[in-house]
Ligand binder design. Structure first.
Ligand SMILES: Cc1cc2nc3c(=O)[nH]c(=O)nc-3n(C[C@H](O)[C@H](O)[C@H](O)COP(=O)(O)OP(=O)(O)OC[C@H]3O[C@@H](n4cnc5c(N)ncnc54)[C@H](O)[C@@H]3O)c2cc1C
Length: 608
C-alpha cells in the first residue's frame, strides 16, 4: 500500500508561512538557504515513499518476532534503516561536529512527519537513536562522546530509552533498577526494564541503552535517579566491539499496533556483569532525561500528525474511486466523494490535520528561534516551546487518533478490513497517547507547571498573540466569522483559567479537568495558527486570480480556476479547512468549559 503524503501543506508551513528568514540569519544556519531546505524535504519524501513505506505493511502483518533469545525484525527493515542511515536522516537536525546535518527543527519536523506517516515502527528507531545520542552529546564525558555519539547519529549503532519498570510507569520516582560504582569508575547496573522500544534487534551491531537507575545511597524518589549509558556490546578503547555486555532481552510484547517495533523486556545484570557509565553527575538523571523525553514528546505529537495525514490522504484517494449512491438525479453511481456527508468527514480530517501541522511547525520554529537568539528573547521562545510541548504531544496524539478513525469511517466496510491501510493507521496511532508519558500526565504537566513557569509569562504571551489574531481578522469579509469563533473560544478559556482556581475547590477542579483544559488550549492555539495561515492563503489565492485575470465575483470563472490550478485549489482548501475548524472544532471549547464553570466533580463523587 502506497504512502500518500501532504507535501504541499508541509512546504506551505515551512517555506511560505513561517518566518524562515528570521531563523536562517542565525549563526548556526548561515550556510543554509530556503531552496536547499525545500530540496531536503523532497529527498526525505523520496526515501519515505521508497524503502521506508515499502516495508510498512509487512512490518504490521508479520511484525517483530522473538525466538531463541533473539529479536528478528520484519523483511525490508534492515534495508530501509540502511537508507535512512546513509542518507543522514537519523541526525538531520543534529550537531555537524558529530556528523549531523545541522538543519533547523522546522525541517526536521517535516522529515519526521514523512517518516512517521510512511512507517511509524521504523521511524521510532531513528527518534530514539537520535535522542539517546543527544543525551550523551550533552551530558557525557569527552570519552563517552567520542565513543558513542557519531556512531549513533550515523546509524551505525542504535539507541534506546530505558525508563519504565513493572512497578514504575508514570511514577518514575518509583524506579528500582540499581547502579553500583565499581573500582574502575564504571557502574554495575541491575534491574528489569519493560516496554523498551527496540530494546533488542540485529539491525545494528550494537545498541546503546540510556538507563535511569538508582545508586545504593541515593534518596528515594526522582531525586535519587542517575542516568547511565549501557551498551549491548562493550566497546574497546580503539572503538571496536568487545564482549557482550550483560543485557538480556527476555521477550517482546504482543500488541495492538506498531508491530514492526519490538517492545522489549530487558534484564540488566542477570549475571552481575552489566557495565554502565554515568552521564554527568549522580542524582541528576531525571533532569537530564527530560531533554530526551521532551524531544520525544514533541515527536510523538508529530507521529499523531503523520499517522493522521497519511490516513486522511488514503481516504481521499479511496473516496474518489469508490462508486456508491447517486449524488444527483438522473445520473449513474457517483464517487462517494460527491456525497455531502463524505465531504464533511474529509474536510473535518483536513482541518484537524492542518491544525496539528500548524501547531507542530510553529513549535519547531520557536525551537529554532530559541536556538538563534540570546538573553530575554531566548527565554521567551524557550518558554513557548516548553508550554507547547505537552500540547503537541497530547493534542496531536488524541486528535490524530480521531482523524484516523474518521478516515476509516470514510471507507465504509472496506476501512474495517485489512485490504486497506486505514485500520493499520488507527492501530499504529493509538500508542501515541500512551507512551512518552500518558496524555493525562501531559495535561497535569501543563496545568501544574507550564502555566506557572516564568511567572506565567509564556502563557500571557500566547494569549496576547491569539488576541491579536482575533482583532486583526474579526472584520475580514471571509475569515471574520471564524475569527469571531476564535475570539469567543479565547474568552471562554481565559474566563475558565481565571475563575476556576479562585473557586473553593479550585485545586481539585484543575487536576480533575487537566485533560479538558489542555484540549481547550490546543483548539484555541491551533485555531489561531490556522487563521494566520488562512489569511495568507487568501492573499495568495487572490494574487493567483489576478495573475490569471479571473474576476473574483464571477463564481464560474473562480470554479474553473480551482479545477485547473492545483495551487489555487490548495489555497482555497486551506481557507475552507480553517472555516470548518473554526465552526466545528472551536465551539468544543465552550462545551468543555461547562463542567469546569459549574464546578462539577461527579468523577470524584462516583463509587466505582
Ligand atoms: C508500545 C510501547 C512502547 C513503549 N516504549 C517505551 C520505551 O521505549 N521506554 C520506556 O521507558 N517506556 C516505554 N513505554 C512505557 C510507557 O512510557 C508507559 O507505558 C507509560 O508511561 C505509562 O506507564 P504505565 O503503562 O505503567 O501506566 P500507569 O502509569 O500505570 O498509568 C495507568 C493509567 O493511570 C493514569 N495515571 C497514572 N498516574 C497518574 C497520576 N499521577 N495522575 C493521573 N493519572 C495517572 C495514566 O494516565 C494511565 O491512564 C512504552 C509503552 C508501550 C506500550
Amino acid at each position: 500500500m502506497l504512502f500518500l503524503d501532504d507535501h504541499r501543506d508541509i512546504h506551505f508551513n515551512l517555506l511560505e508561512w513561517l518566518d524562515l528568514d528570521a531563523v536562517l540569519k542565525g549563526e548556526p544556519y548561515q550556510d543554509v538557504d530556503r531552496e536547499q531546505l525545500g530540496m531536503v524535504l523532497d529527498e526525505a519524501l523520496k526515501v519515505s515513499k521508497g524503502s521506508v513505506s515499502a516495508c510498512n505493511e509487512v512490518g504490521d502483518r508479520v511484525g517483530a518476532k522473538f525466538s531463541n533469545g533473539k529479536v528478528e525484525l520484519p523483511e525490508g527493515f534492515a534495508e530501509a534503516f540502511e537508507d535512512l542511515a546513509s542518507g543522514g536522516w537519523i541526525s538531520a537536525t543534529m550537531n555537524p561536529e558529530f556528523g549531523g546535518m545541522g538543519l533547523p527543527e522546522v525541517v526536521g519536523t517535516g522529515i519526521s512527519e514523512y517518516l512517521m506517516g510512511a512507517n511509524t515502527a521504523l521511524a521510532l528507531k531513528t527518534m530514539l537513536t537520535r535522542g539517546s545520542a543527544h543525551l550523551i552529546e550533552t551530558f557525557g564525558s569527552d570519552d563517552l562522546k567520542a565513543t558513542y555519539v557519531e556512531k549513533m547519529y550515523s546509524g551505525e549503532w542504535c539507541g534506546t530509552m530505558c525508563l519504565t519498570e513493572a512497578g514504575a510507569g508514570s511514577d518514575l520516582g518509583a524506579l528500582t533498577t540499581k547502579a553500583t560504582k565499581q573500582a574502575d569508575g564504571s557502574y554495575l547496573v541491575t534491574g528489569e526494564k519493560i516496554f523498551i522500544t527496540s530494546g533488542d534487534h540485529e539491525l545494528t551491531p550494537n545498541i546503546i541503552h540510556a538507563v535511569l537507575a538508582r545508586t545504593p545511597d541515593a534518596p528515594a524518589g526522582p531525586k535519587g535517579l542517575s542516568l547511565f549509558v549501557v551498551p549491548k556490546f562493550r566497546v574497546n578503547a580503539n572503538g571496536s566491539l568487545g564482549e557482550r555486555n550483560d543485557v538480556t532481552c527476555a521477550g517482546i510484547e504482543h500488541k495492538l499496533g506498531i508491530h514492526g517495533s519490538p517492545t522489549c523486556t530487558l534484564v540488566f545484570g542477570m549475571d552481575n556483569a552489566s557495565q554502565g557509565f554515568l552521564l554527568g553527575q549522580e542524582g541528576q538523571g531525571l533532569v537530564y532525561m527530560f531533554q530526551m523525553m521532551n524531544a520525544a514528546r514533541y515527536e510523538v505529537g508529530v507521529q499523531g500528525l503523520g499517522n493522521a495525514s497519511a490516513a486522511h490522504q488514503a481516504a481521499i484517494a479511496f473516496a474518489k474511486e469508490r462508486l456508491q449512491g447517486r449524488a444527483g438525479k438522473g445520473i449513474g453511481q457517483s464517487p462517494i466523494i460527491q456525497h455531502p456527508d463524505v465531504r464533511r468527514m474529509l474536510l473535518m480530517q483536513s482541518s484537524y490535520v492542518q491544525a496539528m501541522r500548524a501547531l507542530v511547525s510553529y513549535t519547531a520554529w520557536c525551537m529554532d528561534m530559541a536556538h538563534v537568539s540570546s538573553g530575554d528573547d531566548k527565554n521567551r521562545w524557550q518558554g513557548l516551546v516548553e508550554l507547547f510541548t505537552p500540547i503537541c504531544k497530547a493534542w496531536c496524539s488524541d486528535w490524530g487518533f480521531r482523524v484516523t478513525e474518521w478516515a476509516l469511517q470514510t471507507y465504509g466496510g472496506y476501512g474495517y478490513t485489512m485490504d486497506y491501510p486505514a485500520e493499520q493507521y488507527l492501530r499504529d496511532c493509538k500508542i501515541a497517547s500512551i507512551y512518552e508519558g500518558t496524555n493525562g500526565i501531559q495535561a497535569l504537566d501543563l496545568v501544574g507547571r507550564k502555566f506557572r513557569m516564568q511567572d506565567g509569562r509564556p502563557m500571557q504571551d500566547l494569549l496576547q498573540l491569539i488576541s491579536a489574531t482575533v482583532q486583526t481578522l474579526a472584520g475580514d469579509p471571509v475569515l471574520g466569522p471564524s475569527a469571531q469563533q476564535l475570539g469567543s473560544a479565547l474568552k471562554t478559556l481565559t474566563a475558565v483559567l481565571q475563575e476556576v482556581p479562585a473557586k473553593p475547590n479550585g485545586g481539585q477542579l484543575t487536576v480533575l479537568n487537566a485533560v479538558p483544559v489542555l484540549d481547550m488550549l490546543g483548539h484555541v492555539v491551533s485555531g489561531h495558527l490556522l487563521l494566520q495561515q488562512a489569511s495568507l492563503a487568501l492573499k495568495k489565492g487572490e494574487e493567483l486570480q489576478r495573475a490569471r485575470g479571473v474576476d473574483p465575483t464571477d463564481r464560474a470563472a473562480v470554479q474553473a480556476l480551482l479545477k485547473d490550478s492545483p495551487e489555487a485549489a490548495f489555497y482555497h482548501n486551506k481557507v475552507q479547512a480553517t472555516i470548518h475548524f473554526a465552526h466545528r472544532g472551536l465551539p468544543l471549547v465552550a462545551a468543555l468549559a461547562v463542567a469546569l464553570q459549574a464546578g462539577e466533580i461527579a468523577p470524584i463523587e462516583a463509587v466505582f
